[in-house]
Design a protein around this ligand. Structure first.
Ligand code: F6R
Length: 357
């Protein structure tokens, strides 16, 4: 039940710190280290390439998951949209492992791919929030999100839970092959949970950002580089699905290859700057659009902030920034939808789980 909350979406955004702590607990062995079932670890070890299959928000989590797995487990990863994969199947590697990411575990587009790859004799792991869901039952292995029921149509806590579980899977898989990462994941996810709490306590700030940038605009752009780009894709999906503002996420460097033509006086640009090695280049991209009249809202991270940034998120490990940089974007989308009198929990034309192809 949503209790004192006006909407499930807001409640579910606020639950994120607790969900991250639950995930740590659920994936901890008695000695405190992170653990994943042996059969999943040996499937990861056997794989020469991982294919992540997902839709919507879960696809966006997969894009970040690819970075986690490639960096911490050193296995090449491809991320595919489930509705495209079926008839547009890439040339598969010799020993592929399929990872299906699905909050509901019922998405028909993803299930269709699962059926197809099982027929080809390949192994599949489902990462889902719903035990006993179709995708979980039909895959060889399951990892649960432990996020509690997600009711609002716009997915929030499932996304951050997917990222946390993917990070754990990546690190434990790497470790089982003798790859050590310079990242104390239990500690760093704890820092993430506290940072999420701080962000959830800054709601007025995000309400005023939404009012200032999004209450009258027709469109909005999200830009970032590297994993910030992927979070921007998720931020733009959140905004468009609940506020009906036409929103798009772009890689900072790609703007000048066409989209910059859309920038007009006052066009809101939400830019993420959480990565040291691209901090100056994303700020260069912001200058390019400001020169064409855009209204920039830079969200940066402690240690990388510069004068004029609109909001600075607390510092977390550089690989884990998507878990917290998404929170401002979720809250900004929420308040933008409220300011525009939209039905936040049940946006038009959308259903919580998409069981048709
Ligand atoms: C967006 C959203 C959708 C879902 C997508 C996949 O907020 O909720 O984009 O992420 O329909 O759903 P699952 O993860 O249940 O397969």
């Amino acid at each position: 039940e949503k209790g004192t909350y006006p909407h499930y979406m807001l409640k579910e955004i606020d639950e994120q710190p607790v969900v991250v702590r639950n995930i740590i607990q659920n994936y901890q062995a008695e000695n405190g280290s992170l653990k994943i079932d042996e059969d999943i670890l040996s499937a990861m070890k056997d794989a020469d390439r991982i294919y992540i299959i997902a839709a919507g928000t879960s696809y966006h989590a997969g894009l970040v998951g690819k970075q986690f797995i490639e960096r911490m487990a050193k296995i090449p990863v491809e991320v595919h949209i489930s509705s495209e994969f079926g008839y547009n199947m890439p040339l598969l590697s010799e020993k592929p492992l399929f990872i299906f990411i699905s909050q509901s575990g019922e998405t028909a587009d993803s299930r269709q791919v699962l059926v197809q790859v099982k027929e080809l004799g390949h192994k599949a792991l489902t990462i889902t929030n719903v035990p006993g869901s179709t995708l979980s039952r039909e895959a060889d292995y399951t990892l649960l999100l432990h996020a509690g029921p997600e009711i609002a149509v716009a997915s929030t806590k499932a996304y951050t839970a997917q990222l946390a579980v993917l990070a754990i899977l990546a690190q434990v898989s790497g470790r089982s092959k003798g790859i050590e990462t310079d990242l104390d994941l239990v500690k760093e996810l704890g820092i993430v949970a506290s940072a999420m709490e701080a962000l959830c306590d800054s709601k007025e700030e995000f309400e005023s950002i939404a009012r200032e940038y999004l209450s009258v605009t027709r469109n909005a752009f999200f830009i970032g580089r590297g994993i910030d780009f992927y979070v921007g894709l998720e931020g733009s999906l959140k905004l468009k699905e609940i506020s009906y503002i036409q929103a798009e996420g772009f890689a900072g460097g790609e703007l000048k290859h066409g989209t910059i033509a859309l920038i007009e006086e006052g066009t809101p640009i939400i830019a993420l700057a959480t990565q040291d090695f691209v901090n100056l280049s994303i700020r260069g991209n912001v200058k390019e659009v400001v020169a064409r009249g855009a209204n920039p809202c830079i969200i940066s991270m402690e240690g990388l902030e510069m004068e004029g940034d609109r909001f600075v998120i607390p510092e977390v490990h550089h690989l884990l920034t998507p878990l917290i940089s998404v929170v401002p974007l979720q809250l900004i989308a929420y308040y933008a939808a409220l300011h525009r009198d939209c039905d936040v929990d049940k946006p038009r034309n959308l259903a919580k789980s998409v069981t048709v192809e």
